[in-house]
Design a binder for this molecule. Structure first.
Ligand code: ATP
Ligand code: MG
Length: 412
């Protein structure tokens, strides 16, 4: 175990009956890092995240989050983390602000800090102005941003995001990544996210590629790409024969003539191209450079492209669709749920108990929120009436008439 790590995982396993969802994974995530778990459908990403967030009990191995053991110190872990589930969980019936109040209640945030904190997180995700609108009037991207704001509300040390941008248009996905980068700067938190979008994995400092429950590669996107291939450069010149000879003799690289141009592979294209221009001795008309993609990396490590893996229906292949969560495996309980972000609509193990608890908690908090709103309105009316009385009856003690005025107001 790495004691200084934000997340430290050793031999972590989860079996559902005969389905091995996670087969013993090891990795450490440094504080302040954006760490991505990349893999196709059914690879074990959500199961891993749910174990780290204490929603699913591991079958074997161990892990710490913020230095706390995910099995023995669940409450401490829950206090330290924010979680944005794969499935949407904000309540459309409530306003954005009420959804956050709901969450603040669940976390027991002190009343005097809630206002400031709410303003800060809503500002970060650009929703402050829409805070009093009901969430069902928000776009999909706005709802996702609200979920991220909610995940940040209690200042977590580690924010877990399970497929944060799934189902969103490319523009909104880019915007959400902008927010994540910004909040890492502003809040100095560690971000642990899953994705099956290769282009999104590029935003991470490091990526673990997970396939069939095992981590098959782990490094920075650049290093992973460097392990599987070299940069490919295609050039068109005024004299391809002379250019090919110069490339072989002076630059010592193999070159192929293809499609009316020259194609070569080099380890570091961005360093090679300037040398090419200065030393080739033949006028160059165009240069095109292609770098290995994460899809090439995925292919190299798993034997299939990520898209093929998904089209192949991994979950169906291994019979996982027929699997069931085992009774008693689920670690949510009335006490546990209280500490977990986004509990209304959680996407971890299925479970009637979870649904019941979720509904109860939601009803309780919604009632509380309604009571709070009612109290606020009552206070506002009182203040208005008191002001009116002061204005209308100069010289009289407003305290004496207030009762009459309030009663009169009530009858109107
Ligand atoms: N509650 C459960 N009961 C039985 N099997 C499960 C349960 N949860 C997950 N599994 C199985 O475990 C495997 C990993 O699922 P998981 O949800 O972790 O995948 P994922 O990588 O998050 O996939 P996706 O990209 O589709 O979200 C799958 O085979 C899945 O069917
Ligand atoms: Mg998932």
């Amino acid at each position: 175990m790495d004691d200084g790590a934000a997340v430290s995982v050793r031999g972590l396993r989860k079996e559902y009956g005969r389905i091995e969802a996670v087969k013993g994974v090891d990795f450490d995530v440094a504080p302040g890092e954006v760490f991505g778990l990349l893999g196709p459908n059914g690879a074990g990403k959500s199961t891993t995240i749910n174990m780290l967030c204490t929603l699913v009990r591991p079958t074997g191995g161990s892990a710490t989050v913020g230095g706390h053991d995910i099995v023995r110190q669940r409450d401490e872990v829950r206090r330290d983390i924010g979680l944005v589930f794969q499935e949407p969980t904000v309540d459309g019936y409530l306003t954005g602000a009420q959804n956050l109040s709901f969450h603040a209640e669940l976390y027991g945030l002190p009343k005097d800090v809630i206002g400031d904190r709410m303003r800060r997180v809503l500002d970060i995700v650009g929703l402050w102005k829409r805070r009093d609108d009901r969430v069902h009037t928000y776009s999909g991207g706005m709802r996702r941003r609200l979920e991220i704001a909610r995940g940040l509300l209690h200042s977590p040390r580690v924010l877990f995001l399970d497929e944060p941008t799934v189902g969103l248009d490319p523009q909104t996905r880019v915007a959400i990544w902008g927010y994540i980068a910004e909040l890492r700067e502003l809040e100095k938190i560690t971000v642990f996210m899953t994705t099956h979008y290769l282009e999104e994995a590029e935003y991470c400092d490091r990526i673990a590629i997970i396939d069939h429950g095992s981590v098959v590669a782990l490094d920075t996107p650049e290093a992973l790409k460097a392990t599987v291939g070299r940069d490919r450069i295609r050039i068109h010149t005024d004299d391809d024969e002379a250019a090919a000879a110069a490339l072989r003799e002076r630059f010592l690289v193999e070159v192929a003539q293809r499609d009316g141009g020259l194609v070569l592979s080099v380890p570091s294209g961005e360093e090679f191209v300037p040398r090419l221009f200065s030393g080739l001795g033949v006028p160059i008309r165009s240069v095109q450079m292609t770098r290995p993609s994460l899809d090439d990396v995925f292919l190299a490590y798993t034997g299939s492209t990520i898209r093929d893996a998904q089209d192949g229906g991994r979950t169906g292949d291994d019979g996982a669709e027929g699997g069931e969560a085992e009774g008693g495996e689920h670690v949510n309980d009335a006490n546990g749920v209280k500490g977990v972000n986004g509990v209304n609509g959680a996407a971890a193990d299925s479970g009637d108990v979870r649904d019941d608890v979720r509904d109860d908690v939601r009803d309780d908090v919604r009632d509380d929120v309604r009571d709070d709103v009612r109290d606020d309105v009552r206070d506002d009316v009182r203040d208005d009436v008191r002001d009116d009385v002061r204005d209308d009856v100069p010289g009289e003690d407003p305290g004496d008439v207030r009762g009459e005025e309030v009663r009169a107001h009530g009858r109107d």
